[in-house]
Design a protein around this ligand. Structure first.
Ligand code: SAH
Ligand code: SF4
Ligand code: F3S
Length: 447
């Protein structure tokens, strides 16, 4: 007998969110019912992230809480999936014997079978170098599920894994070798989504720019690239908005940047993680590009799409980062004037090369630099946002609270509309005149 109701908690990036949807769909197809409260469920799945130590600590402390739940309810099954599962494997059960099943990143499709037999073999974390991501057609949700309310926008995984081995990063170990999904599978999935009313798709991969480079993508064309794929998905009738993430700047082609000039439903937004403004640190990180190359890509992007909103990721306090290196990061911030950034204190990860490097930066120095960076970034966000005041933007409704609307512009800015004047449904598009700018969002009126 297996449990019948399940609860999934997702940590980490969009790929994990998509994986959680896949697991939820598989379990639903096997007769399980999803609950939104872990207290009501017979099975708890934690889909975990190990990108930084803090992400992993969150999982471990939640597992501690769940241990108490299991004492009260001994039949409760606990499954750890995702990147911590992949990296730690059996050690999770050794440390936390109340965990019943550990499922790695390439094993999620076997979840239902694994649960049937999880008393016998409770660790499934094989990483195949020739992994073929299965075709998987999403069952369209009707919008009533609390965990997946936004059925008008969806993530679509086009590739998985990474071969870049940036020295600080666990992803090549947790997601394995880079694998591109078949074009036919991706297009089929995108068509199903749009056919079911999805208006916005975000294509996902650890480094979408290298789509098709590492294995055959079964296309009729021999050199099928990410921009070819992007153009094919964008051409699906009824798709209003297309986005993608993430990109390593080293593989960003002119061909892809040109899409921003002529693919109409491609949103003018680019998340282009730079990680540092110092060439010395970029080399230590094994990023394989220079500050100059990065700046060249930014100006090329802006020449194709002058209003493009460029965001980034920044690691503060990489081993060996001096005050001068950090100043280079600050000056890059001024040179690019990012529309937004995710910045993090460097965190040692097990098995990575940078964990072995000398010259670790003090936590207090990292904290102080992070604050300086974020303070200046916030000011720049506000300066950018003020430029939108008075402009009319096309926004898509995300949430409806009476006649108040939470919407998103094509640039990915959140736009709050206090009174939408009529009832809207999520996924509808309207014009909004921007009347106020905050650090992290805009306010508008129907315009
Ligand atoms: N593939 C993307 C990044 C994915 S990981 C790229 O190449 O840009 C998401 C972000 O987490 C990274 O951009 C980086 O800023 C951050 N990150 C990864 N490893 C980290 C570490 N050890 N410490 C701090 N931040 C880290
Ligand atoms: Fe990690 Fe991105 Fe570097 Fe790959 S390219 S190793 S995912 S930071
Ligand atoms: Fe985290 Fe794994 Fe994504 S480490 S950021 S969940 S690929």
């Amino acid at each position: 007998m297996h449990s019948r109701s399940f609860y999934i908690k997702t940590f980490g990036c969009q790929m994990n969110e998509r994986d959680s949807e896949i697991m939820a769909q598989l379990l639903s197809e096997h007769g399980y019912i999803e609950t939104s409260d872990s207290d009501d469920s017979d099975l708890i799945i934690l889909n975990t992230c190990s990108i930084r130590a803090k992400a992993e600590q969150k999982v471990m402390s939640l597992l501690g809480v769940i241990r108490k739940q299991k004492k009260k309810k001994p039949n409760l099954k606990i499954c750890v999936a995702g990147c911590v599962a992949q990296q730690e494997g059996r050690q999770i059960i050794e440390r936390m014997p109340h965990v019943d099943l550990v499922v790695g990143t390439q094993n999620i499709y076997q979840l239902a079978e694994l649960l049937e037999h999880c008393d016998k073999d409770s660790v499934a974390t094989s990483l195949d170098d020739r992994y073929d991501i299965p075709a998987f057609i999403p069952a369209m949700v009707d919008g009533s599920s609390e965990r997946r309310p936004a059925a008008f926008k969806k993530f679509l995984t086009i590739m998985q894994g990474c071969n870049n081995y940036c020295t600080y990063c666990v992803v090549p170990y947790t997601r394995g070798r880079e694998m591109s999904r078949k074009v036919t599978h991706i297009l089929e999935e995108a068509n199903v989504l749009v056919g079911a009313g999805v208006r916005e798709i975000t294509l996902l991969g650890q480094n979408v720019n290298s789509y098709g480079k590492t294995n055959t993508v079964s296309s009729s064309k021999p050199d099928y690239s990410f921009s070819d794929l992007l153009r094919e998905v964008a051409a699906i009738p009824g798709l209003d908005r297309l986005r993608f993430t993430s990109s390593n700047p080293k593989d960003l082609s002119d061909e892809l940047m040109r899409c921003f000039a002529d693919v109409e439903n491609l949103c003018p937004q680019f998340h282009l993680p730079v990680q540092s403004g110092s060439d010395r640190i970029l080399t230590l990180m094994n990023r394989k590009y220079t500050r100059e190359l990065y700046l060249d890509k930014v100006s090329a992007l802006r020449s194709y799409s002058p209003d493009i909103a460029i965001t980034t990721d920044m690691i503060i306090g990489f081993p060996g980062e001096t005050e001068q290196d950090f100043e280079d990061t600050m000056s890059l911030l001024e040179d690019v004037r990012f529309h937004g950034s995710y910045s993090f204190k460097y965190s040692d990860r097990p098995g990575t090369r940078s964990a072995e490097l000398e010259g670790k930066v003090d936590e207090s120095v990292k904290a102080e630099r992070l604050l300086r960076f974020q303070t200046r970034q916030n000011e720049i966000c506000l300066e950018h946002n003020r430029n939108y005041v008075g402009k009319v933007l096309s926004v898509m409704v995300e949430k409806v609270e009476g006649t108040a609307l939470v919407t998103r512009a094509t640039t990915n800015h959140l736009v709050h509309i206090a009174d939408g004047m009529r009832k809207y449904t999520p996924g509808e598009t309207l014009l909004a005149k921007i009347v106020r700018a905050g650090h992290h969002s805009l306010s508008g009126e129907p315009g």
